[in-house]
Design a protein. Sequence first.
Length: 516
Amino acid sequence: MKKIQLFISLFILAFLFGCSNDTSDINIDDINAPVDISALMTIKQDNSGKVTFIPRGEGVSQYEIFYGDGTVDPGYVSPGATILHIYAEGVYQVKIVGTTLNGKRTEVIQVLTVSFLAPTDFVATIAHVPGDNMSITVQATANLETFFQVYFGETPGETPVDFMQGETLTHTYANTGTYQVRVVALSGGAATVEHLEDVVISNPILLPVDFESPTLNYAFTNFGGANSTVVNNPNISAENGSAKVGRLTKNNGSEVWAGSFLELGVPIDFSTLQKIKIKSWSPQAGIVVKMKLENLTDPNINTEVDVTNTVANAWEDLIFDFTGVNNANNYQRVVIFYNFGNNGTGLNYYFDDIQLTSGAEQVVLPLTFQSTTLTYNFTNFGGATTTVVNNPDATGINTSTKVGKLVKGSGAQVWAGSFIELANPINFASQQKIKIKVWSPQAGIIVKLKLENLANANINTELDATTTLANGWEELTYDFTGINNANNYQRVVVFFNFGNAGTGTTYYFDDIKLSN
């Protein structure tokens, strides 16, 4: 290519000289080597690495640019023209060669420094996920960036997660705590800019308290010689099929007022319900079980109620009536005393399911199907039938004695299901996920959960989950994050093997509850 271009230049020059002066003799060999060889090198300021070369010199018929970045072939440039080359960030030895018509060459070396600019207008947005206290989202925008990286601060030496502008990353922490999140905007080279932010992950204890969460820290404060902790349920029965419960040990010689308390994440809201119910187990009947509520910052702001238990060595419901309580007192500390007024003798007492109640039992979340007084009225449609039965497989994550059974009859509609109406709309103010334990003879089927307004079924929302286990209990999670709590969803509809006609198969479900 070089020889062809040189030949053409010589031919044109000879032709011109021949036309202008037929009698003159021109000696090409007398042309001197080029002088003043250089190149103007301009770098585009957009981190693209684009460099434009404008070679300059005297007596040059053609330039060659050797880029110095490992590119084998040089670039050829005619006088007055430009050439473009793309570089990575770095320092390069660029060689510019000027050639005359007679092939004489002059070369110079120029140093080219390609340094990318740091991203500008960098904004990193880190936010908590509504209804999920353990998760955050990360987004970022910037100019001159190529991509972003985020370090969530959860493990030493962690590998960052790469993401692009316009993406939203969600990260769920395994434990509560304060984590330093680092978001980095990267240019095409070494220049970066970063954002550091401390994120507090807290998973506050909220009513109802059932001691089943694997992430919550049920941190009891003990006094007077009592000691409370979370343990396995020592007496799983129809009255309480929970796996985990609270245990209060009133040690030998402990004070008559010995007890323990839990601090809730928010004050108790007594605006609609003003009674608190707990499940209680005691080795003695006829003892005083005291519940005291205190303001978190001023324990002198308090109220208390006594209840005498009636059953020994079995679970029973105790209801503490706080009717008329001053909701403005912001009661946030729940204190429990067993056998109040008597010194401790080393006995163990158990309690569970601390929740607001109207007094009479109602069909509300969590739905455990354990009540001996409630009637769980299901409405069936499309060829499905649901009833409450004994747990056919009280193993694994579900040792409850009672569960819901849905039979999708032979020939039932693909949308066959059943629903139950709750006594009150579901309150999604602090928790926006629903968990259900399910048992299916098939893995890989869709279990649909639909929520409806009681007065207008057209006001509804639904989510699907897919089973992964056959012939065993598993827990499905339905994430209703962002749900409109004002829609007053009060009807819970369950569909098994949604999208397929019924074949007479039986499915089971249990423990429908709000969760984070």
